[in-house]
Design a protein around this ligand. Structure first.
Ligand SMILES: [Zn+2]
Length: 206
């Protein structure tokens, strides 16, 4: 029973953003205290939440291998929980993430001004990396694939291209950034795919 209680549970905040990982023991405590609800993927693209009593009923009605048993009841170990309590969001600078760069540039190529789906936009180093261009707010812009290809390894002036706007650090509030050092459970995928856009970028971005 102890190992199952130490399993990792993904914690979502009230905006359904992945913010943390805790142990199943902690998750069950939060559930019993009414500070959290269990999030379950209903396999039809929807998610349902359960408070402690509802989760206890489900655990009895639909026995699951990942359950623990006490003298009086059986309860399934949650994999994702939703926090109901207010979590203070620390005031931080806007995180330097893919999501926030796309937000700042409004999914618009900063060379030709065309708006694209995110999968059709690259992040471009204005001054190329191998010419000393840093991975910073001031040197990274959204670029459509044709512009990116045309610019290749040149500076804008060498390529005869112009930025439609000087890239700057934005002033609006950041999204929460996460980076967990534990293996992911399948049921976390949906939430972590969202979080991909919110991971802070380092020098590794290309
Ligand atoms: Zn373009």
């Amino acid at each position: 029973m102890s190992s199952i209680l130490n399993q990792h549970v993904l914690v979502l905040n009230r905006l359904w953003q992945a913010v943390n990982v805790c142990t199943a023991r902690r998750a069950l405590t939060l559930l019993v205290q009414g500070h959290a609800q269990v999030v379950l993927d209903r396999q039809d693209g929807s998610f349902q939440t359960y408070n402690f009593n509802e989760w206890q009923d489900i655990s009895e009605q639909e026995p699951h291998s990942e359950s623990i048993r006490t003298i009086s009841f059986r309860i399934r170990v949650p994999r994702v929980i939703l926090l109901l309590v207010y979590e203070h969001m620390p005031k931080k600078e806007v995180k330097f993430t893919r999501h926030n760069i796309f937000e700042r540039d409004k999914n618009t190529c900063q060379y030709c001004g065309s708006t694209c789906d995110r999968q059709d936009l690259n992040l471009d180093h204005v001054i190329p990396r191998d010419r000393g261009g840093p991975t910073t707010w001031e040197n990274i812009v959204c670029s459509c694939i044709p512009c990116n290809t045309k610019k290749a390894n040149c500076t804008p002036s060498e390529a005869g291209m112009h930025l439609i706007r000087k890239p700057k650090r934005p002033k609006w509030r950041p999204f929460i950034q996460i980076n967990f050092g534990v293996p992911y459970h399948d049921s976390w995928k949906h939430f972590l795919d969202l979080a991909y856009w919110n991971v802070e970028l380092g020098e590794s971005v290309s």
